[in-house]
Design a protein around this ligand. Sequence first.
Ligand code: NAD
Length: 311
Amino acid sequence: MNVLITGGAGFIGSHIVDLLIENDYNVSIIDNLTHGKKKNINPKATFYEMDIRDENISKIFEKEKPEFVIHNAAQISVPNSIVDPINDASINIIGTINVLETSRKFNVKKILYPASAAIFGEPSYLPIDEDHPLEMLSGYGVTKHTVEHYLKVYKSLYNIDYVSLRCSNVYGPRQDYSGEGGVVAIFCEKLLNNEKPFIYGDGYQIRDFVFVKDVARAYLMAIESDIHGIFNVCTNSKITVNELLSTINHILHKDVTAVYTDSREGDIRDSYMTYDKINSAIGWKPEKSILEGLKETLDYYKQYSKSESII
Ligand SMILES: NC(=O)c1ccc[n+]([C@@H]2O[C@H](COP(=O)([O-])OP(=O)(O)OC[C@H]3O[C@@H](n4cnc5c(N)ncnc54)[C@H](O)[C@@H]3O)[C@@H](O)[C@H]2O)c1
């Protein structure tokens, strides 16, 4: 079965690629490597270095004939979407429409897409379920949700099935800790180097961290079932940013403290989500505890000395 994945050289995308290949799928990747890394790319996948906004992606679809498209490529930084909303929309909306139009022309059966907890804004109740009202606080939140509207429209106009997986905070090996990397990646890197990480706000904000291989398994199960629509992919458990720091310290037998600074514009105070819907539909649930996931993540970062970039 042919699967084309955009953003397959990135953090989450590369884990999905690995799992699909392990399960005998024929995988092709489109990624412009703005944030993805060549070293993440599974050698058994066919890689095309191209921007998703390029009309030549149609040549790749023509050659690869994907039945499934996993559309992971995106501008992923909330702060960047506030500083440069035009670039955010250009990649996350116009680029996505190019992928959808090309999927339509080449008769793709199903499109899988990672939406984000950023679309909920400040929650009005917890845990967040799929019916929770949406209140975007950033351009990134707006673009991630806009795509869900397009997916629905393509289903009603052209009968292309879709699954939108609304992922909470994904963490794990290969996450980029430079620039706007995820908090887990940044904390791991800082603590391994005995440096103090920044915490925005008081550190008591609640998050829901889901391990990247659990997310990849949700994609595989979504491809192998006939589900369609919107599903949360998360852990339904809460951890504060301060607890995250102390857990990483505990694993490393360290006691590195944080430097506290002002909260960032667009950041959500507390968020955790329920996965009941996807669990009832296909039996997916997270398998890694935060402790196990953090240990595996730290093992990955330990392989890289300070001088060797993971970028
Ligand atoms: N990391 C999370 O916690 C999280 C949570 C929810 C949703 N998501 C979504 O999951 C997807 C993957 O996120 P990630 O954390 O793996 O980020 P990532 O940056 O590692 O992966 C994105 C990939 O897309 C590629 N890309 C970006 N712009 C492109 C373009 N114009 N053309 C072609 N390729 C392009 C990048 O090079 C990168 O390889 C994104 O859609 C993101 O919005 C991530």
